[in-house]
Design a protein around this ligand. Structure first.
Ligand SMILES: Nc1ncnc2c1ncn2[C@@H]1O[C@H](COP(=O)(O)OP(=O)(O)OP(=O)(O)O)[C@@H](O)[C@H]1O
Ligand SMILES: [Mg+2]
Length: 405
């Protein structure tokens, strides 16, 4: 959820809470005052009619005298008055209130406010008077006043909300200086990456040249030495010479192998035809010949044949360094190398079961730093940490150009 939306919701919730509390307080206040007012008006009315009823028989037949009296009295505030004769016939009913005539508060509101006062019956000879409290006018007054305050409050709160959000938007909007700084930093970053890429390319170019020189110069010279040694051995009968020439041949053969190995490392097959799967399989094959005491498990997933030279090389060189680190630092018996082509990304993991790295990696090495630089140059990330089975783990994630976005 965005910061702006969160702030919006928070302000709205606070405002609603404020309105609800205000309404609740008003409803309570009005309910209490209506209750008090209705009870008081009812008490006074009952008292007055009781007195009148007692005096009525002095002036003639009580029901008739009372009806005349009530007609003269008219409507009494907040009370309905009815007079019934002894046989239950309605002889008088007070007129309805003319105040806010024809209007009532909504039913639910009336139910919420309903006063608890009950009707009172006053007896007199030959008749009875029923006095029923009627809170409907007071409830309507309360409804009108609460509705007006609520609407006013709602308008005010909406206005406040709008003003606050406008203010927040201004506050959160990056200033022009921020934007300029951001653009400058992004440019700088892009330039740094470009410089890194050029350096990497330069280093690879230099490696290529060295590999060529080694192969062409040293490789051919060693071959020449071997040929000469062989012809010396053939042309001589002296056992010392034959043995010496054989030794030279043997040493030259060893030298030849070494030169070839160095050339392969400097210029692996991966550079000729950037197929990461083939290059890693080559690397694994060589590893298994040379380091039989450390088992290498290779897991490749997805098509790794068309990743392009930059990406293929970055992964290959990083894997080379991570595997060298395993030999140098881990004392492992097993290392797992997995490379997976996923949706828009390529992930490479090198995990060993050695003793793991010290928590603060020694700052002396260049391997991990170089790896990270390569990977970051291509917009990826590298992280290191403890592996699942206790050793060390290197994880590289690289975006696939063209696959993503
Ligand atoms: N597989 C591993 N197991 C245990 N520790 C490791 C492993 N890989 C790296 N480390 C630790 O991380 C440190 C940094 O590694 P890095 O490759 O950067 O440097 P280095 O190998 O010491 O030197 P360089 O690579 O420059 O020759 C190492 O010194 C080592 O302590
Ligand atoms: Mg290293």
């Amino acid at each position: 959820m965005s910061l702006r939306l969160r702030l919006n919701l928070l302000v709205a919730a606070l405002n609603m809470g404020f309105l609800a509390t205000l309404t609740w307080l008003l409803v309570n206040e009005h309910r209490n005052s209506i209750q008090e007012e209705i009870e008081a008006a009812h008490r006074v009315t009952v008292q007055m009619l009781t007195n009148a009823a007692q005096a009525s028989s002095v002036f003639g037949p009580a029901p008739l005298v009372m009806v005349n009296f009530l007609q003269g009295l008219g409507r009494v505030r907040a009370n309905d008055i009815r007079l019934y004769s002894a046989d239950g016939v309605l002889r008088y009913s007070s007129p309805p209130s003319t105040y806010k005539e024809g209007r009532r508060a909504p039913e639910w509101f009336e139910a919420l406010m309903q006063s608890k006062a009950e009707a009172t019956v006053i007896g007199l000879p030959g008749a009875r008077i029923e006095v029923a409290p009627d809170a409907s006018r007071a409830v309507l007054d309360a409804w009108d006043s609460i509705a007006a305050i609520f609407l006013l409050g709602l308008g005010f709160v909406a206005l406040l909300h709008g003003a606050l959000l406008l203010f927040l938007r201004r506050l959160l909007r990056p200033t022009e200086a921020d934007a300029r700084r951001l653009v400058a930093t992004t440019q700088e970053l892009a330039e740094n990456r470009e410089v890194m890429r050029l350096i990497e390319a330069g280093i690879e170019e230099e490696r290529k040249r060295l590999a060529r020189e080694l192969h062409d110069e040293l490789g051919q010279s060693v071959t020449a030495i071997r040929l000469i040694a062989t012809s010396i051995a053939r042309g001589s009968e002296a056992p010392g010479v034959v043995q010496g020439a054989g030794k030279v041949n043997e040493i030259a053969a060893g030298l030849y192998d070494s030169v070839h190995r160095i050339v392969r490392e400097l210029r692996p097959a991966v550079l000729e035809q950037p197929d990461l799967a083939a290059a890693l399989q080559d690397l694994a094959r060589e590893w298994r010949v040379r380091h039989q005491d450390v088992e290498l498990v290779l897991e490749l997933e997805g098509d790794l044949g068309d990743l392009g030279e930059a990406l293929t090389l970055a992964v290959f060189r990083s894997v080379q360094e991570a595997l060298t680190n395993v030999l140098k630092h881990a004392a492992a018996s097993r290392v797992r190398l997995s490379v997976t082509r996923g949706d828009g990304t390529l992930e490479a993991r090198i995990e060993d079961d050695g003793h793991g790295a010290p928590t603060a990696l020694a700052g002396s090495g260049h391997g991990l730093v170089g790896m990270r630089e390569r990977v970051v140059t291509l917009g990826g990330s590298l992280d290191t940490g403890p592996a699942a089975d206790g050793g060390f783990r290197v994880r590289i994630v690289l975006p696939l150009p063209g696959d993503s976005e």
